[in-house]
Design a binder for this molecule. Structure first.
Ligand SMILES: Cc1ncc(COP(=O)(O)O)c(C=O)c1O
Length: 374
């Protein structure tokens, strides 16, 4: 990727089309070989300038409520499968008009909205297998006291009339062994209900496009599941679509010293890369290594007043200077969809590195984005 540090406007998220296409080609292979359908989870990746390409490969979107369902219809224009922890009366009718599948999080919600949904959409119930090895409770839908999905104890086999599918989401950035474990749990607890279903949605959290993911095993598992139960299988990953498809480019505004050298950037971990703080994880920085490995170490930090607005400590071959750019890798999924204007900080612009090598700025954000929401 050839970025001119002098002319690039920062901060900016830059989606790389060729890397996105690679992910999509792999997902398409999974679809073709397993017979599963794959939906894009908008909550993780909603970069609409890329939808022309994504649509060529995937079957539609999974939405978390009215706005994502509308977005899916307006910009993706394929199937929309909507699940929400709880639907609101005043939104439900519109969600029905926008969705092919609706998944309820409880039998109470199913009973409440059944009449409005039956005959118009295919209805499902989210189940909680209470089995998961998700790496952190914040991202573990099966953690103790989770509100997400019906547990076996709460399951109402007497209320299944009209229910055509089961949905579970129990993984977070995991390989296929974790899915196997969850599927075993599902089959033990809910297996008797599966043959009467038309479809099972395996949720997201499948790290299919990460190097080392056992894609062939995933295909085998799906083929076997479909054969044994005679159901359609859906996957709805978000991260696997946006995984390593682009960067966040920021600029050094100042370098201060307090025991260590600290570079203040025109971006923010808190506002623009929030999972680095809440997950937490350390973003890779292009050309940099862990602190102390290369000759010049800096703490990279955000331009807000939050003391903990820090990306981490990194070392570089050359000293950083005011005006230099810093490139954070893999900043397209769960960043743009989550970012905020905290502290009035400017939202990063959105751009696409096209497959022909040109950079297209698709959205410039300014003061209005801050003013209009406050
Ligand atoms: C119900 C549901 N489906 C799909 C996803 C997408 O997960 P991921 O982006 O980890 O693949 C999530 C993420 O939270 C989810 O809650």
């Amino acid at each position: 990727m050839n970025i001119d540090p002098k002319t690039i406007q920062t901060p900016i998220y830059l989606l790389e089309e060729d890397r996105l296409r690679k992910n999509l080609q792999l997902l398409k292979r999974v679809k073709d070989k397993s017979g599963a359908k794959i939906l894009l989870a908008l909550k993780g990746f909603a970069f609409k300038a890329s939808f022309g390409m994504v649509r060529e490969y995937l079957d539609g979107c999974c939405a978390s409520g009215l706005y994502e369902a509308r977005f899916s219809n307006e910009y993706f224009k394929k199937q929309t499968h909507t699940y929400s922890p709880a639907f609101k009366d005043e939104e439900f009718d519109e969600i029905v008009t926008l969705s092919e599948h609706i998944v309820f999080n409880s039998f109470a919600q199913w009973q409440k909205f059944k009449e409005k949904a039956l005959g118009k959409v295919s209805c499902g119930i989210r189940i909680n297998p209470e089995v998961s090895s998700a790496p952190t409770d914040l991202y573990n839908p099966c953690a103790l006291y989770s509100r997400l999905g019906v547990t076996k104890d709460e399951f109402r086999s007497d209320l299944l009339e009209g229910i055509e599918g089961l949905h579970f989401h129990a993984l977070c950035e995991q390989n296929v062994e974790a899915l196997e474990e969850v599927l075993n749990g599902i089959e033990k607890k809910f297996g008797e209900f599966i043959p009467q279903m038309k479809w099972i949605n395996f949720g997201g959290g499948h790290h299919i496009t990460k190097e080392g993911y056992d894609v062939e095993r995933l295909i085998e598992l799906i083929v076997d599941f479909k054969r044994r139960y005679g159901v359609e299988v859906y996957l709805e990953p978000g991260e696997a679509i946006g995984w390593q498809t682009g960067v966040l480019i920021a600029r050094v505004l100042d370098i201060v010293h307090n025991g260590i050298d600290i570079a203040i950037l025109d971006t923010s971990a808190e506002a623009h890369m929030p999972d680095t703080i809440i997950m937490p994880y350390r973003a890779e920085v292009r050309g940099a290594k862990e602190a102390g490995v290369k000759p010049y170490t800096y703490r990279l930090a955000g331009n807000t007043c939050l003391a903990g607005d820090v990306m981490g400590d990194y070392s570089f071959d050359e000293p950083l200077c005011v005006g230099d750019i810093v490139i954070f890798e893999d900043q397209i999924h769960y960043t743009i969809v989550k970012n905020t204007t905290f502290n009035g900080i400017k939202l990063p612009d959105l751009a696409v590195l096209k497959e022909n090598g040109t950079i297209q700025i698709v959205k410039h954000f300014g003061y209005n984005e801050y003013a209009s929401r406050n």
